[in-house]
Design a protein around this ligand. Sequence first.
Ligand SMILES: NC(=O)c1ccc[n+]([C@@H]2O[C@H](COP(=O)([O-])OP(=O)(O)OC[C@H]3O[C@@H](n4cnc5c(N)ncnc54)[C@H](OP(=O)(O)O)[C@@H]3O)[C@@H](O)[C@H]2O)c1
Length: 272
Amino acid sequence: MVHREKILNLTSCLRRSPPIIMTTSITRAIVTGHTRGVGAALAEQLLSRDIAVLGLSRSRNTALAQRFPQTLEEIELDLADPSRVAQWLAGDALRHFVDGAHSVLLLNNAGTVQPVGPIETQDAGAIASAVGLNVATPLMLASAVAKASVTASDRRIAHISSGAARNAYPGWSIYCATKAALDHHARAVVLDANRALRICSVAPGVIDTDMQAEIRGSGKEHFPLRERFEELKRNGQLSSPEACATQLIDFVLSDAFGEVPVADIRELTQRS
Ligand SMILES: NC(=O)c1ccc[n+]([C@@H]2O[C@H](COP(=O)([O-])OP(=O)(O)OC[C@H]3O[C@@H](n4cnc5c(N)ncnc54)[C@H](OP(=O)(O)O)[C@@H]3O)[C@@H](O)[C@H]2O)c1
């Protein structure tokens, strides 16, 4: 009941209030996984709103770099390898990027659904990579961004979570566990007396990306729910990355962001 009331308050707030971060103030965003899918759409839309983006992925987004040569910075980094991430964080690229910004956004978007399958089929290295990419790196970046943005008067961290954080699915034990870790991280962070910091772990819906193609390509013996995802695609029930990114950005920039530590973008938009 309390939860429902909170969601209703949050959605009416989303309806009422324009984004409280005005793009006239200096806003900068760090987006992981900015080369494809939801992350590419997030980066594109932030840049289109005059928000400079630092994109972290294993490769570069050349189309976006051509369109926004002044405001897109890219770092090629394997975010599944926490020791490489720690090494990068020991340098001062992040501090330089956020220096002078009034508002700093971190969108922890990069993630993997692999390894898919029951526990006995999972490769140890793939488990370590998934925990690195889905949990260790987002938590390391969250802490590093908070430390680096000492002069910003507004810091916002969005973990891109999943419905799998809140419901268990066969074949997805690693994905479910890692996404649930992001949710619980957000719940605990809000209990600290952090200065000017909002955080929320947001499930983005089901989106037509490479990850969905990968899910539909899973062996049925590894992922018994495959047909459900094939059906969603067949029936045109997947969101586009662009529509999803618009909802996410509107939410992250809104006054309602951070009122609850865990949210589902579908619940917010259904009620508004
Ligand atoms: N698609 C859905 O239906 C859905 C549903 C719920 C939640 N989500 C979540 O939404 C987020 C985005 O999903 P998506 O569907 O857009 O994924 P996607 O299409 O697979 O794209 C993943 C992005 O992450 C980057 N990435 C992957 N592995 C990386 C690594 N080791 N190091 C650095 N970057 C890496 C990729 O870039 P490079 O390959 O260039 O490195 C790419 O830009 C994920 O956290 C996912 O769990 C998605």
